[in-house]
Design a protein around this ligand. Structure first.
Ligand code: FA5
Length: 335
C-alpha cells in the first residue's frame, strides 16, 4: 500500500515537471500503460497477502489521481504548444508575393487569333478540320485527277494508303460541302504538313488559313475585295495586293497573290498564298447548281505573316521552343 502511495506521488511529480505533451505521453505509459508501474499492480492483486479489496481500491485511486493530473497538465501544455506552433508558422500576409512565371501566347497563336478575328469580322464562319485527313478530302475532292503531278508538290506523311497528314487546309472544302448548302462563307486555320526539304522558308510542319465562300454571282471582284480587306486588317491601310495567274486543280481561274506595304521590305512584293474561283467540277460533285452558284477560295501560310512583320529570317525558330526567341514576342500584336 505504501509503495502505491509512493508511486502516486512520484507520478504526480513527474506530471508537474513535464514540459511537453510528449513528456506527458511517456509518463502516462510509464505509470498507467498496460504494464505501467501503477496499473501493473492490479496484476499482483492475487498475490497480495492482506485486504485485496483495499489494495484494489488503492491502485484504482492512484490511477484516477494520476489520470486527472495528466489531463489537467495536458490541456495547459497543449495550449502552449499550439500557441508556439502558430507563432512559428505565422505568415506575413503583407509580404509581396513571388511573381508567377506565367505562360503567354506563342507568336503563331497570336497571328492565328488575329486571322480569326479578321475573317470572323468579315462574316466568315470558323470551322475546324482534322489534321489527320483522308486522301479523298486532301486530293480527290479537290479535283486532283488520279496521279496528277500537282500532288507531287504536296508529298506528305502517310499513315496508310487512305490516311495522311493534310498538306493544305483546303481539305476542309469537301467536308463543308457535304454538310452545308450554299450560301456559305467558311474559313479554317490550322496545322499542315509536307514532306519536303526543310529550309529557312519551308518546314515539314506549318500553318495555313483557308477561306471560301459560295453564293449567287460570286466573282474575282469579291475575292479581291475580301483579300484586300483581310490584308488591310492584318498589315495596315497602306497595303496593296497583286494577283498573278497560277494553277491549282481546285480553282479556275487560279492566281497567286502578293502584298506590298511600305512598312515591310521597303514595299517589295511578298507572296502570301493562292486563290481563285472554286472549280465548277467541285461544286457539281457536291450537287451545287453551278448555273446559280459560284464561289471563291483563298489559302495562305500563317508562318509567313510574323516572319514578314518581325523580320524573322528562319521559320524553324517557331517550333524549336527556344524561350530566348519566343520571349521577344510576348503579347506583341502582329504587324
Ligand atoms: C496551297 O496550299 C493551296 N491550298 C492554297 C489555295 C487555297 C489556292 C485556295 C487556291 C485556293 P501552296 O502550296 O502554294 O497552296 O501553299 C500556300 C502557302 O502555304 C504558301 O504560299 C506558303 O505561304 C505556305 N507554305 C507552303 N508550303 C510551306 C512550307 N513547307 N513551309 C511553310 N509554309 C508553306
Amino acid at each position: 500500500m505504501e509503495e502505491i502511495q509512493l508511486l502516486q506521488s512520484q507520478a504526480l511529480e513527474e506530471v508537474a515537471a513535464a514540459t511537453s505533451t510528449a513528456d506527458l505521453k511517456e509518463t502516462r505509459i510509464k505509470f498507467l500503460g498496460n504494464k505501467g508501474l501503477i496499473s501493473g499492480k492490479l496484476a499482483e492483486i492475487g498475490k497480495y497477502p492482506g485486504d485485496k479489496k483495499a489494495f484494489g481500491q488503492a491502485v484504482n485511486g492512484a490511477k484516477g489521481a494520476v489520470e486527472a493530473a495528466l489531463s489537467e497538465r495536458e490541456s495547459v501544455l497543449l495550449s502552449k504548444e499550439r500557441a508556439a506552433q502558430f507563432e512559428a508558422e505565422r505568415i506575413d500576409v503583407t509580404m509581396p508575393g513571388r511573381p508567377m512565371r506565367g505562360g503567354y501566347e506563342h507568336v503563331l497563336q497570336t497571328t492565328m487569333n488575329k486571322v480569326k478575328r479578321t475573317l470572323g469580322g468579315l462574316g466568315f464562319e470558323y470551322r475546324e478540320s482534322p489534321e489527320l485527313e483522308e486522301f479523298r478530302y486532301n486530293f480527290d475532292a479537290l479535283n486532283y485527277p488520279p496521279d496528277h503531278p500537282a500532288m507531287d508538290d504536296q508529298d506528305t506523311f502517310y499513315i496508310d494508303d487512305n490516311w495522311l497528314l493534310r498538306t493544305q487546309c483546303t481539305a476542309i472544302q469537301g467536308r463543308v460541302f457535304e454538310s452545308t448548302k450554299p450560301p456559305l462563307r467558311m474559313f479554317t486555320v490550322g496545322r499542315t504538313y509536307r514532306n519536303e526539304a526543310v529550309d529557312r522558308t519551308h518546314s515539314h510542319t506549318f500553318h495555313q488559313v483557308d477561306c471560301f465562300m459560295v453564293d449567287e454571282g460570286v466573282s474575282m471582284a469579291h475575292l479581291k475585295g475580301t483579300l484586300g480587306a483581310f490584308a488591310r486588317a492584318m498589315f495596315g491601310d497602306e497595303v496593296k495586293i497583286r494577283f498573278r495567274p497560277d494553277f491549282f486543280p481546285f480553282v479556275e481561274p487560279g492566281v497567286d497573290y502578293a502584298i506590298s506595304t511600305p512598312k515591310l521590305f521597303g514595299g517589295r512584293w511578298v507572296e502570301l498564298g493562292g486563290a481563285g474561283l472554286i472549280h465548277p467540277n467541285i461544286l457539281e460533285a457536291y450537287g451545287i447548281d453551278t448555273e446559280r452558284y459560284s464561289g471563291f477560295a483563298f489559302g495562305l501560310g500563317v508562318d509567313r505573316i510574323p516572319m514578314m512583320a518581325y523580320g524573322i529570317d528562319d521559320l524553324r525558330h517557331f517550333l524549336e521552343n527556344d524561350l530566348r526567341f519566343l520571349e521577344q514576342f510576348r503579347g506583341e500584336p502582329v504587324a
